[in-house]
Ligand binder design. Structure first.
Ligand code: ATP
Length: 577
């Protein structure tokens, strides 16, 4: 049984004092383990003393569950065995059980130590017994109340723990827009600490992302765009007015892509593009997918090297085995070896005592994708070469060799041949990797793919951001075609995502939805002549092509050029446009 009285021990003193005031005798409360948990007068300084050895009256109450009223202590049979009997000065004692949940959890005991006290009690015996019984009931309700409170606190504590483990932010806010509570995720995202202010502003942006509302949160002079749901929880009080549950847009997007399997189940049809280059690429993947030979994929950043590596795996007969990707540039040199090779139990100080399986071993039966291989330190290049040659590994701190069945696909955006000349990449490893070379051309060399890819990404982000893209204004293509796309397909994807974000309800993607860098690029495309008039004419022409010849279009052009509409008309006339 729990120490029920310990929860309310501070209050018990008021109980015993109140009873003592009324009855004019000393009062104590004994718990079911015979500890004195409260007392007045003589017992005031003997709290927490255990009285089991001489608590004969208390024992009887616990045994029978009935009140004990002893008017003749020492002579009463109950006192026969008490070793304090000889020194006992008590003239009367009343012991009343305190119940809880059909059990007796303690007693309230009143003791008279002289004739006057006894007389006073005896004269009012019936009334006082009822009074003490009522006090015992009151104590019972207090214990129940306290236990309920504790139960609720435990549940709240549990909920708090759960909230802190969530991968979503949860913030409760009062009616004055102050944060009342924020879980760990919210604290991390919004950088809330004990010193920052509590004021927060949360406004809907009007955008929807995967059917969730987008919000602009302003907190501590920073702005955050998040996605989530807001609940009104005002039950009349001021303390908590609303709860917002949110996640970052990026996380939500990643979860969506994860769920839709768009990262993992990359098959040939997920490689978008209808240029002859892409068609040839797909043909090659098909041919070499099930070969055991090592593949080296080269191409600028964002051209789709990882996508191709995944497609190679998924089209191969290893597709139901793991595809393990290691980004050699993202792992610090000092950790790369243990990440790749793993280590045995107690291999080095600080290592996980259970040992660790390395990425190479994890890929057993499947494909090991070594991304950014050009960033692998020289000493590791030697070790990887051995893995390719021997098809086996030895864990750090181990001597046992383990044979593995892995296919290695590596990728880089670096010029490895040049690195060999500079002695920063091993020639022997290069030739081992480059058995099947796959080079992916940059987007600017296969502009035919821009349209298909852009439409593909508009559709993808249309679903994510819950926006319908039904029309695409023709004029945007020339901007997309003239841009150089240094970030390749990744950059094109970002532009598509930006455009869908910028889209309002009219469902038409047009030039104004493109990011500035694309528009500026087109502007600089205008051939600069030494004749200023020519430049001006070309610029006006260019903008009129973009915004159209309507009055509205001309207004936009004037706005863009920073001139009045009258000046624009004058110039159109002057240049005979
Ligand atoms: N042909 C394609 N069809 C559809 N999506 C593509 C295509 N090529 C690339 N992508 C997408 O472009 C993005 C970048 O591709 P990926 O990460 O494979 O490029 P990478 O060359 O490995 O880049 P990095 O060198 O920076 O690692 C990914 O989101 C990928 O899905």
């Amino acid at each position: 049984m729990e120490q029920l009285f310990s929860f309310i021990q501070n209050e018990l003193i008021y109980f015993v004092q109140a009873i003592s005031e009324v009855l004019k005798v000393d009062v104590q409360i004994i718990d079911y383990q015979y500890n004195r948990v409260a007392g007045t007068g003589y017992w005031k300084n003997k709290i927490n003393e255990n009285i089991k050895d001489y608590a004969y009256i208390t024992k009887r109450v616990f045994r029978t569950g009935k009140n004990a009223v002893i008017e003749n202590p020492r002579e009463n049979l109950i006192c026969n065995n008490c070793n304090k009997k000889e020194f006992c000065k008590e003239t009367m004692e009343i012991s009343i059980p305190i119940r809880f949940d059909k059990r007796i959890i303690g007693t309230i005991e009143c003791v008279c130590i002289n004739k006057e006290q006894k007389e006073h009690i005896v004269n009012n015996k019936a009334t006082y017994i009822v009074f003490i019984e009522q006090m015992a009931k009151l104590l019972e309700s207090r214990v129940i109340e306290e236990l309920e409170k504790r139960k609720k606190l435990k549940v709240l504590d549990l909920l708090d723990n759960v909230l802190n483990k969530l991968n979503e932010g949860v913030i409760t806010i009062d009616s004055n827009h102050n944060i009342v509570n924020a879980n760990n995720y919210a604290k991390r995202i919004l950088k809330i600490d004990n010193h920052s202010s509590n004021k927060i502003s949360i406004k809907e942006t009007g955008n929807m992302v995967l059917k969730l509302q987008e919000y602009k949160i302003e907190y501590n002079s920073s702005t955050f765009i998040v996605v989530g749901e807001r609940y009104d929880v005002n039950y009349g009080g001021q303390e908590i007015n609303e709860v917002i549950v949110f996640t970052s847009k990026q996380t939500l997007k990643e979860q969506f892509l994860e769920l839709s399997g768009s990262k993992h189940n990359i098959e040939l049809d997920k490689i978008v593009g209808n240029s002859s280059i892409v068609k040839e690429l797909k043909r090659k993947i098909n041919t070499v997918a099930s070969s055991e030979s090592t593949v080296l994929i080269t191409g600028e950043s964002g051209t789709g090297k990882e996508l191709i590596a995944r497609a190679l795996h998924n089209e191969s007969n290893r597709s139901n085995k793991p595809f393990v990707a290691v980004n050699c540039a993202a792992i610090p040199d000092t950790l790369l070896e243990s990440e790749l090779f793993g280590y045995s139990k107690g291999a080095f100080t600080g290592a996980n005592p259970k040992g660790k399986i390395g990425k190479i071993e994890l890929a057993d039966g499947g494909t090991l994708f070594l991304d950014e291989i050009g960033d692998m330190p020289l000493y590791m290049q030697a070790k990887i070469l051995r893995v390719i040659e021997d098809k086996s590994i030895v864990k750090l701190g181990d001597i046992q060799e383990k044979l593995l069945d892995i296919r290695i696909v590596a990728a880089t955006n670096k010029n490895l041949e040049e690195m060999i000349r500079e002695n920063v990449f091993r020639g022997d490893l290069y030739y081992r990797l480059n058995v099947i070379p796959i080079n992916i051309k940059p987007l600017r060399e296969r502009k035919e793919d821009i349209k298909t890819l852009f439409l593909h990404f508009l559709k993808k982000y249309g679903i994510i951001f819950d926006k319908k893209v039904t029309v695409i204004s023709e004029e945007i293509w020339k901007y997309l075609y003239t841009y150089e796309w240094p970030g390749n397909i990744r950059e094109l994807e970002n532009v598509a995502e930006y455009s869908v974000n910028m889209l309002n309800s009219n469902e038409i993607i047009s030039v104004e939805h493109l990011p500035n860098k694309i528009l500026i690029n087109k502007k600089s495309d205008i051939e600069i002549n030494t004749n200023l008039d020519d430049v001006e004419r070309q610029l006006i022409n260019e903008y009129l092509n973009i915004y159209g010849l309507s009055v509205e279009g001309k207004k936009r052009v004037a706005e863009k050029l920073g001139v009045s509409i009258a000046t624009l008309y004058r110039k159109i006339k002057k240049y005979n446009i």
